[in-house]
Design a protein around this ligand. Sequence first.
Ligand code: ADP
Length: 539
Amino acid sequence: MNGLMMDQPLLISSQLEFASRFHSHVEVVTRTVEGPIVRTTWGTVAQRVRRLANALVGMGVKPGDRLATLAWNTQRHLELYFAVSGIGAVLHTINPRLPPDQLAFIVNHAGDSMLFFDTTFLPLAKHLASVPTPLQHFIALTDDAHMPENSGLPNLRAYELLLPHQPDTFEWPKLDENSASSLCYTSGTVGLPKGVLYSHRSTVLHSFAISMVDALAISAQDVTLPVVPMFHVNAWGVPYAAAMVGSKLVLPGAGMDGNSLLELIENEKVTSALGVPTVWLGLLAAAKTAGRKMSSLRQVVIGGSACPPSMITAFQEEHGAKVLHAWGMTEMSPLGTACRLLPKHANATAEEKLSVQMKQGRPIFGVDLRLVDDSGSVVPHDGTTSGHLQTRGLWIASGYFKSDDRTQHQDGWFYTGDIATIDGDGYMQITDRSKDVIKSGGEWISSIDLEHTAMLHPAVAQAAAIGVAHERWGERPLLVVVKQKDQEITKEALKEFLEAKLVKWWMPDAIEFVDALPIGPTGKILKRSLREKFAGYKL
Ligand code: ADP
């Protein structure tokens, strides 16, 4: 027997229309690429989205067409999120930090017919125009006055000139909720980038889930700042969720440095900010130099790579903002787990609470997790046994775009490529990515643990542990360290500090100081480059 409930598809256009009807006066604030701060509302955004939808249809865009963006977190990018998916086309957000040959590869692989780009990325647009691709239209995300001159780009138009003569009403198509809505390529840290194709259904379900109070708690009570780029896994789904719940949205544009973020957080009274550890390092340093406390901040969501304990303490103790450690991946839309304390931790000591917060957290409803050994058999979730982390759920990729590659799937589960433990309360903790583990004498040493322990030293700004070849043990850890500005420490002193905190066989065999660590296109330390740099290193 069927239930007697209305059968309505889960659609991204409904999120926008909801924002327009019930949160129309809530602000959307952008630090524009042209410079000034632009202030508007969800109501105006929705009108412009409908104009854009009319313009796109008028330009011949059909359901299923892929339209690409090379853009920062801005209002115009937000409008594309809703207009492109709303008409049934697929928004392909490209990471501008990818090497140019990979950009061309993914534009071709995706079959993109239009490119919308911020003027910052004009050189990349020109590169794409100079190689064979299916791109037919180039649209600069700016107004007439700021158009690049003599760009040589075919059919170049200004975004703002697409909108004025269009009606601000649009009849959104009743799409099948399983239709594709957006496309995001993994950063290709191993092999070529792979396309993850999200659907309206997965996106809307993910929006509900991330908004839950035990997840990212996205809410009308908040002023939300997604620092995580809109070219990286849909800015963790925040734009969609913010529309749905009516959160004030603050978009940082190209100003991802510490000082610009600090100014925006203070002026807009941001209460919830989301991003990867590398951007928070910059923000915390800027706040320290300026002697400022970010008093409006209630919550800082940190994910994308493991959050060092020193960062949790800095936000919580110096700025009074709760850190919410979260984990996920492009193939997971991205959210899988969020780390909140449970009632049983109420009387825990500060140190015990910190040790929980360093974990990546508990799964949110819609995501299932398990650990398996090398042969694919399930291993215990006892908090100490580590295994390959697998997932399945409502917003997990079932395959890759135009690919038969099923190597990451097993019996309906997806191999995340992470090595983790899961404890009796369901807290998952990542010890490594499987390709980064350091295997010494057949046992795994957690590079994340080594790095975090090193970063507890006040003179250490950043640390990365990699395995280097060792005759007897196969591999041994080398710790590569960036010193805190204006601070000194010797290798011997750091070694002594670590010896007091690590089991003996985990101790790095060597320490090297460097000026900076290589950072990849999604803001993570590029261990592969480090391994190349230190290939043949003599311990
Ligand atoms: P890429 O593979 O392109 O770097 P993703 O952004 O999809 O792209 O990366 C997902 C991976 O990032 C996860 O599999 C995991 O290794 C790592 N990751 C994400 N969040 C965390 C976290 N909180 N702690 C540790 N690692 C994390």
